[in-house]
Design a protein around this ligand. Structure first.
Ligand code: ATP
Length: 312
């Protein structure tokens, strides 16, 4: 079976800028795929090429085995799209908006009514469906946008930064919804919010400067790229201790993280966990400082992301 999404040397240049650089990507069916990268990495440009809104300079993209070309009606049937800043007609009710969108898709009135009722239930907007969209919260609008993108039973759903403008509750609701959607479609979401990725994505790709740096499952990424992080807290200034760490072959970096206005915590990243575990207690003892806390912490996806993007 053809993968949900496939790109072959997908490239977009704007004059001298190479926004997307020979991207080879495969996304399998029924997964939530996180597309990550720092600002300006090329995420939006890639999504635009995948959805036929922008033509590649070189290379090809396929959705469910069909090549994406600008304005292709056949390919358009296979996917739904929610842009990062979706536009709504505030004077329409949620239900009217879905009806309007369904007509644009060329769906029959009966089919729209049935599907809209299903989707309003799924996105938990059934009660609000007779209210004007202008009075919806941002989270509700985003969920309505997802319902709109799912109207014609797409096999692939593109979401561009679906949670970036939402408060924590709106975000949680949208993430819960994304988790449910994978029963119906493959979800491709671009984002730079790593905690969202940890919560909902099965696989991720990280791009920077238009180039694919890594693609793997979130678990593999942790295993492959993680360095172990030790959290150490002293009662006094720890500069001498931090300096002594620099000479150690397993040392990657150290940073200060303030906790609740107390003495800053030292986060020490090590490549060779076993060696660091053996030597750190000796270094702490030799420092003569008063130890308040010593803990081996799980590296966050953020640590991994920074490491991958910085190429270290
Ligand atoms: N229409 C355009 N004309 C010229 N340069 C562009 C155009 N669109 C994008 N770019 C450039 O291409 C690069 C990739 O931009 P893109 O918007 O795809 O990144 P992004 O990963 O989506 O970033 P962000 O997270 O900030 O939205 C950037 O250097 C951007 O300035």
């Amino acid at each position: 079976m053809a993968p949900a999404i496939k790109t072959e040397k997908l490239t977009k240049r704007f004059g001298d800028i190479v926004a997307v650089d020979r991207l080879d990507l495969t996304v399998d069916e029924r997964a939530v795929f996180g597309f990550l990268g720092p600002n300006g990495a090329g995420k939006t440009t890639t999504v635009k090429m995948l959805t036929g809104l922008s033509a590649p300079t070189e290379g090809k993209a396929f959705i469910c085995g069909q090549e994406v070309t600008q304005g292709s009606v056949e390919v358009r049937k296979n996917f739904g799209f929610l842009p990062d800043v979706p536009a709504f007609y505030d004077w329409m009710t949620g239900e009217e908006y879905l009806r309007f969108a369904g007509e644009l898709y060329g769906m029959t009135s009966g089919a729209i009514g049935k599907r809209a009722a299903e989707l309003l239930e799924l996105v938990e907007l059934k009660k609000a469906s007779k209210r004007k969209v202008g009075g919806y919260s941002r989270g509700m609008k985003q969920r309505l946008g997802i319902a709109q993108a799912m109207l014609n039973h797409p096999k692939v759903l593109f979401l561009d930064e679906p949670t970036s403008a939402l408060d924590p509750i709106g975000r949680r609701d949208v993430l819960d919804l994304i988790g449910k959607l994978k029963e119906e479609a493959t979800v491709f979401m671009s984002t730079h919010i790593l905690s969202d990725v940890e919560r909902v994505c099965d696989r991720v790709a990280i791009i920077d400067k238009g180039k694919l740096l890594v693609t793997s499952s979130v678990e593999e990424l942790r295993r492959k790229y993680s360095r172990s992080v030790f959290e150490i807290e002293f009662d006094e200034d720890d500069k001498s201790f931090a300096d002594a760490l620099q000479a150690k072959p397993w040392f990657v970096k150290s940073e200060k993280a303030a906790v609740n206005g107390n003495t800053p915590l030292l986060r020490v990243t090590a490549q060779d966990v076993a060696a660091a575990r053996k030597e750190l207690p000796h270094l702490i003892a030799a420092s003569g400082l008063t130890l308040l806390r010593y803990e081996l912490a799980q590296p966050s996806l953020e640590d991994i992301f920074v490491e991958v993007v910085n190429g270290k």
